[in-house]
Design a protein around this ligand. Structure first.
Ligand SMILES: CC(=O)SCCNC(=O)CCNC(=O)[C@H](O)C(C)(C)COP(=O)(O)OP(=O)(O)OC[C@H]1O[C@@H](n2cnc3c(N)ncnc32)[C@H](O)[C@@H]1OP(=O)(O)O
Ligand SMILES: O=C([O-])CC(=O)C(=O)O
Length: 376
């Protein structure tokens, strides 16, 4: 029956809607947010400006940026109630599970959850952007037997995250490398997690539900979870001298090499050179030459043997490791950034909504008769 139906497995190559938020150009290996190349945004803007751009469609003027930063800083604290709930979580729970539950808790507590007006949804988006780093940092400290550190309204978004994790802000070069990663992770059209958020929004559900769904989708190692998997892989390789043999063995065993390949970019991910530069900078500051050597060998061998390029998760994995974050925080950090893209897509979906509901070509059992349990 399904023979005559053109099934697009994984929806590969399917245009499901239009978007004004970002443009992924496989032909030219480039990516723009609201028309601006990500490389230029990463070089010239801080993440707060990029978040504003993604939501408002324009880069902020100085006054607008100051107002936006004030709002973000005001909303950072998550309240003692949520901290107390988090204390009760299983200490070995994955931080993505903790974050998913904590964001759901924010939705329970927010009296505006059911208000789907653009104004209310933008406010909730800013609140989530402000509070997610506090959740991620508090979870990191609780898992490590330490007390959470309150956000510091004097610090910018990236600096404050380091402060809440480690009680100190590193050198500006480190903060910049981290900020670059946030800009590069912020938005990527109809990727799996964003599409999940849009599917949820299309039922006219609330924005917290859409974000909780996005977190669930991003967790998987074929998607955002890959940045963690990359670092586990590099630690398994352990020594750059073993990297080539390790990779060849992996290929022979037909195992995936994490941080390589992409559904859209088949000739390279436009964000990788910018993030690789940030990773090299981190390696210089933190004496991480070993990881650079391993990176180069894995990249070179994968290209030579499989013609598969690295994706953004390949350089971010070791870069976050060198910044001092523990590996289970890597995908939650991705959420701290992609929350901007998800929520912009939810608001865009709401503007011109149609329930997202594709068809499935049935190829199960032929129709049959139900027999009572005694006769089966
Ligand atoms: C932020 C992000 O989400 S970026 C993506 C992060 N994910 C990863 O890094 C996980 C590793 N990569 C992958 O699993 C895949 O490349 C995906 C899921 C990202 C994209 O998958 P698809 O678009 O479905 O590509 P597809 O699976 O068709 O790959 C084509 C071929 O390349 C192979 N291939 C693709 N990626 C890899 C990889 N990382 N390692 C080994 N082989 C790979 C596939 O096995 C397939 O081979 P085949 O034709 O012999 O079956
Ligand atoms: O677009 C995708 O399929 C994966 C993704 O989110 C990204 O690359 O940032």
């Amino acid at each position: 029956m399904s023979d005559a139906i053109d099934i697009k497995k994984g929806l590969a190559g399917v245009y499901a809607d239009t978007t004004k938020i970002s443009k992924v150009m496989e032909e030219t290996n480039s990516l723009t947010y609201r028309g601006y190349p990500v490389q230029e945004l990463a070089a010239l803007c801080k993440f707060e400006e990029v978040a504003y751009l993604i939501w408002h469609g324009e880069l902020p003027m100085r006054e607008q940026l100051m107002h936006f930063e004030r709002q973000e800083r005001e909303h950072r604290w998550i309240g003692d109630d949520l901290i107390e709930v988090m204390r009760k979580f299983r200490k070995t729970a994955h931080p993505m599970d903790t974050l998913r539950t904590a964001v759901s808790f924010l939705g329970v507590q927010d009296p505006e959850t059911e208000d789907n007006s653009p104004k209310a949804n933008l406010e909730k988006s800013i609140k989530m952007m402000a509070r997610i780093p506090t959740i991620v940092a508090a979870d990191y400290r609780l898992r490590n037997g330490k007390e959470p550190i309150k956000p510091d309204p004097k610090l910018g978004f990236a600096e404050n995250f380091f402060h809440m994790c480690f009680g100190e802000v590193p050198a500006p070069e480190v903060v910049k490398c981290f900020d670059v990663s946030l800009t590069l992770y912020a938005e990527h059209s109809f990727n799996a997690s964003t599409f999940t958020s849009r599917v949820i929004a299309s039922t006219t559900s609330d924005i917290y539900s859409a974000v909780v769904g996005g977190i669930g989708a991003l967790k998987g190692p074929l998607h955002g979870g890959a940045n963690e998997a990359v670092m586990h892989m590099m630690l398994e390789v352990d020594d750059p001298k073993k990297a080539e043999a390790w990779l060849l063995g992996n290929i022979a065993d037909k195992r995936l090499v994490m941080g390589f390949g992409h559904r859209v970019y088949k000739h390279g991910d436009s964000r990788v050179p910018t993030m690789k530069k940030a990773f090299l900078e981190m390696a210089k500051i933190k004496n991480g030459q070993k990881w650079v050597e391993m990176y180069e060998i894995l990249e070179r061998t994968m290209l030579a043997k499989k013609n598969i390029h690295p994706n953004l998760d390949f350089p971010t994995g070791p870069a976050y490791y060198l910044m001092g974050f523990d590996i289970p925080m890597f995908t939650p950090i991705f959420v701290m950034s992609r929350i901007t893209g998800w929520t912009a897509h939810v608001m865009e979906q709401n503007e011109d909504n149609k329930l997202i509901r594709p068809l499935a070509a049935y190829d199960g059992s032929a129709q049959r008769k139900v027999l009572p349990v005694a006769e089966r």
